[in-house]
Ligand binder design. Sequence first.
Ligand SMILES: NC(=O)c1ccc[n+]([C@@H]2O[C@H](COP(=O)([O-])OP(=O)(O)OC[C@H]3O[C@@H](n4cnc5c(N)ncnc54)[C@H](O)[C@@H]3O)[C@@H](O)[C@H]2O)c1
Length: 282
Amino acid sequence: MNQLYGERAVITGAASGLGRALALVLAGKGWKIGIADVNDAGSRETLELVERAGGSGEVFHADVSKPESVKEMADHFYSKWKAVDILVNNAGIAISGVIGDIPLENWKRIVDINFWGVLYGCHEFIPRMKAQGGGYILNIASAAGLLSMTNMGPYNVTKAAVISLSESLKVEMAPLNIGITVACPMFFNTNLVKDMKHTDPWETEFANAAFQYSRISSDEVARRIIKAVEKGKLYVVPMLSGKVFWANKRLSPSLYYHLMAFMHKHGWLRAMSLKIARWGLV
Ligand SMILES: NC(=O)c1ccc[n+]([C@@H]2O[C@H](COP(=O)([O-])OP(=O)(O)OC[C@H]3O[C@@H](n4cnc5c(N)ncnc54)[C@H](O)[C@@H]3O)[C@@H](O)[C@H]2O)c1
């Protein structure tokens, strides 16, 4: 890490997918991992894998949508380890659908986890990292937050908020010696879409294809993210497809969205998105 060479990580959502993969990359470097999740059985499995990979750690039951639970998590690891070198705000869920059809309680649920969960983590850990003289925060957003993908409104909005929060932190945290990275991956296969809520079966069909045909494993995504953290990069967009789509959007955001809207209006966007997903290019 550029700010602090440490050995103690707290990772939310570490019972599965990317959180587990990140835990294993750091475990391979000998780190201690705080495995925080609502899924205790999955967290215990991660701990076994962490120990096999050469690290050590501890499971903590935390629900990131509850501020008191995130505070307890921070209290717990600070009382045990005295300092935490990196906080990884990774826990997340996916909800897709057409805006207007999506029940408001689904919006509230995803904002509570994907946005407030990250903010509670920052709120609890920043003062403690400040007191210890520095640290690092890795926020897991998504390329969806850069691209506002169709029929993914709730997910897009929460991830865009995490990107904006990370950009705000990058500047504010510089004098405190707290480094910031925000990760924006495209699709890769995890448990994320197993319980995904949708308003139209196409959304699940697309998500399943994107996951099934993804060419990059969660392990590889985790390795690329940790490499970016070690270099102190603000943004990490681990997939080439994400870099290409993001470059196109930045070239002319207005043209980019006019084109998407035109294709959607004429019924081409869904068929094309599905095709690209099946080619493993999202
Ligand atoms: N898989 C992808 O294609 C993809 C792409 C871009 C970004 N991401 C992001 O990566 C992160 C990890 O997702 P994943 O793909 O590994 O999915 P996953 O479902 O395999 O893992 C998510 C973990 O978060 C935990 N979790 C959910 N709600 C929680 C809560 N309230 N408190 C604590 N833990 C909670 C789950 O129990 C699970 O262990 C998410 O933020 C996701 O949005 C995933």
